[in-house]
Design a protein around this ligand. Sequence first.
Ligand SMILES: [Zn+2]
Length: 356
Amino acid sequence: MAFSETVKHEIMVKSARHCCVCHRSKGLNIEVHHITPKGQGGDDSADNAIALCFDHHADAGHYFAGHPKGSKLSPAELKKHKESWFSLVSQHKIENPKIASVEISIMNKDYPGFFSPVFIRETTIYTDRNSMRKMFEFMGKNPDSYVEEFKARFPQNDIYGKHKMSKIKTYDDLMEYFNGDMEKEDREKPNTDPQPHKFELSPFMREYKVINKSNCVLYLKLTNGDKDVLEDYKLYLNFENVIEADSVTKRSKFFDDYKYSYNVFFPENNRGEFIPARPVLVQNDSVTLDAICFRPDPKAKFVNLNWELFARGVFGSGTIRINIKSSFEQHIRERHVEPSEIKPKFIRILPKWNFE
Ligand SMILES: [Zn+2]
């Protein structure tokens, strides 16, 4: 467990987002730290929490009484720093950030209150690869002759090129072909790009768009409901229960015009930063965030979008709960293996990657 949002918020406000040790105002570069480490019995209460800059967070991070150098910040020292700094702040010597009254709303057209991504549930069935061989032998036929028979009967199976088909010489080759091992290297790699829009060029050089249904596209609006103007504001987004999230228009394969049109930057899979082009948002004004694409965890019933807003003298945070109703398409995959390799029926959930 970590500190609750309430505890973090309390500490951030009481310290006015300054480091309790060096008293520097570090803005975003402040962390709430355990005074007594968890490993030494410290809890997640506000009593055991202190705001530290990254430098002092590192200095306090690995304290233990038996440390050979003994120069780390001890829990007792940290407590004193915290008490004296909180008292300075409470005497109004330091200005507390105000709580922003901003609203973040989902702007998707025809949004039914949930997203319904589609995933592929792949079931692998293992069968004895020699069963067909035994059948042929029982019928008095040479199993390898079935290979030629198969090739003659199903020339349309040669979708991966003639050379693949010509590679099939023996019964075992055919089993590998059935298993999909032969064409594996030629097949398109599963798409791990969370973005739903994939730009491709048709033979007629026209752009077209294809959608990956395991992705959800979110349109957000940030509204300033405050009587104050938000200056130098930044919005930080953190998605929970997602495999990945990204800006829709971030990358484009062929058109550089699209390349930098996004305004939410995702430095990590689930963490985005919205830094507006115009750093001022007046009262009752709103700004639209870039379309965000996220792929939920297939098991997730909801995705939490935690947001934090920082502006000059103002701080705000909240969570938007996005309901998820996933559905699954069944794909059955058969693998012809030696009896020793036979495993129980194995189900694997894949994100949908074949585009429509
Ligand atoms: Zn510091």
